[in-house]
Design a protein around this ligand. Structure first.
Ligand SMILES: *[C@@H]1O[C@H](CO)[C@@H](O)[C@H](O)[C@H]1NC(C)=O
Ligand SMILES: *[C@@H]1O[C@H](CO)[C@@H](O)[C@H](O)[C@H]1NC(C)=O
Length: 369
């Protein structure tokens, strides 16, 4: 028998917690177990089929709707910590480490075996393994481009898109090699380093992973040096005058340790795949040949106004992104590149409000049928 006084005390604790008065425990990435699925892949350099192992966090699989969270570079599933905390009780959450990141393996051949269609295939493999028939794809950085491409290729599975920091980049126009891109936008010079010297870049980035992550995950109040991203020969050179790079504003010391540990598994050997012209060209060819660039599904984009990489709203105008998104809502937030980590409350409430409208509309449609 439980003494009455203890019972009362524990009920009291539960009600305190559910009323939200208890202070929230800090996010601990190590508390989230990961599933692993083996998926087919191609190593194009060696022209052979291989298996890769993809690791993903899978929460609340009983929920009716699935949110699939897609990180960018350099990201991890844990880039979505605040959104996972916000939505994990209402949605089935799937958050993978993309091939080549963390413990998710890669077929090898970083230059040509990590195209957007390859990565969409990985997502389909993960969704099937997790028992999700449909998903809303939520992306940041390259994860945004992946979310749009997934929605374009498989509108039957990806029912809506949230794109953070990056606009839709349709492949309707001619292919733009990195060299040409950088000539027009000098702040993208780092992409030329990653493309033309992929191996040297991976070596530089892997030399001191903590320093690399600190140098890259900056925010408005603690920005990188002015010339960061502008050198086609080095990524971290702009930080050379700093003996130590300041801490990351939106990660605790324990989380930073986790990120360093995850990135130590394979360094940067395979995750510069987004930047190589071989992968970019193959992805462009695939979509361009299919020829349908409009994404009719509902799309929410959240763009940053202080991103040192580029003025993304201007980029969206140049790319005519919005012309291809008939069901599009646009929000702007005054963050640098890591919007969902820099202004989590704002991002969460924008997504929450949009999801609520989406649900209401879909239920309404069902009533009419
Ligand atoms: C685009 O075309 C491909 C190939 O025909 C098709 O499978 C896909 O469903 C189309 N996407 C949209 C959004 O209609
Ligand atoms: C946008 O999507 C919602 C939800 O699916 C739908 O109800 C609405 O009719 C769509 N609007 C347009 C302009 O297609």
């Amino acid at each position: 028998m439980i003494p009455r006084v203890l019972l009362t005390a524990s009920l009291f604790l539960i009600s305190v917690a559910s009323n939200g008065f208890a202070t929230k425990a800090p996010f601990n990435p190590r508390e989230y177990p990961k599933n692993v699925v083996t998926c087919p892949a191609i190593n194009r350099a060696e022209n052979k089929q291989v298996d890769i192992d993809l690791h993903y966090v899978d929460i609340n699989p009983q929920a009716k709707k699935t949110l699939l969270f897609l990180h960018g570079w350099p990201g991890l599933w844990a880039s979505w910590k605040y959104q996972i905390e916000e939505f994990q009780n209402d949605y089935h959450i799937i958050a993978p480490d993309i091939r080549g990141f963390g413990a998710s393996t890669h077929p090898g051949d970083v230059r040509s075996s990590g195209t957007m269609p390859d990565l969409v295939g990985d997502l389909l493999c993960i969704l099937e393994h997790a028992g999700a028939l449909e998903a809303i794809a939520v992306g940041h950085d390259w994860g945004t481009q992946l979310a749009y491409e997934a929605a374009r290729e498989r509108p039957d599975i990806f029912t809506a898109v949230v794109g953070i920091t990056i606009p839709y980049m349709p492949c309707a126009g001619p292919f733009v090699p990195t060299q040409t891109l950088v000539a027009a936008h000098p702040r993208l010079a780092y992409q030329l380093f990653f493309d033309s010297q992929t191996h040297a870049a991976a070596t530089e980035l892997g030399r001191d992973i903590r320093r690399t992550l600190r140098g890259t995950l900056r925010h408005v109040a603690s920005p990188p040096p002015e010339d960061f991203l502008t050198n086609p020969e080095t990524f971290l050179g702009a930080w050379d005058h700093y003996e130590e790079i300041p801490e990351i504003g939106f990660l605790s010391k324990e989380e930073e340790d986790y990120w360093v540990e995850q990135y130590s598994i394979q360094g940067f050997k395979h995750n510069l795949q987004f930047y190589t012209d071989e992968n970019r060209l193959a992805a462009w060819q695939f979509a361009n040949e299919q020829g349908n660039h409009t994404i009719p599904q509902p799309v929410l984009s959240i763009l940053a106004t202080e991103d040192p990489v580029a003025n993304m709203e201007l980029a969206a105008k140049l790319l005519h992104s919005f012309d291809f998104l008939p069901n599009h809502s646009l929000h702007r937030l005054p963050t640098a590149h890591w919007t969902q980590l820099e202004m989590p409350d704002e991002v969460n409430s924008i997504i929450r409000e949009w999801l609520t409208k989406l649900d209401a509309k879909q239920e309404h449609t069902h009533d009419e049928l």
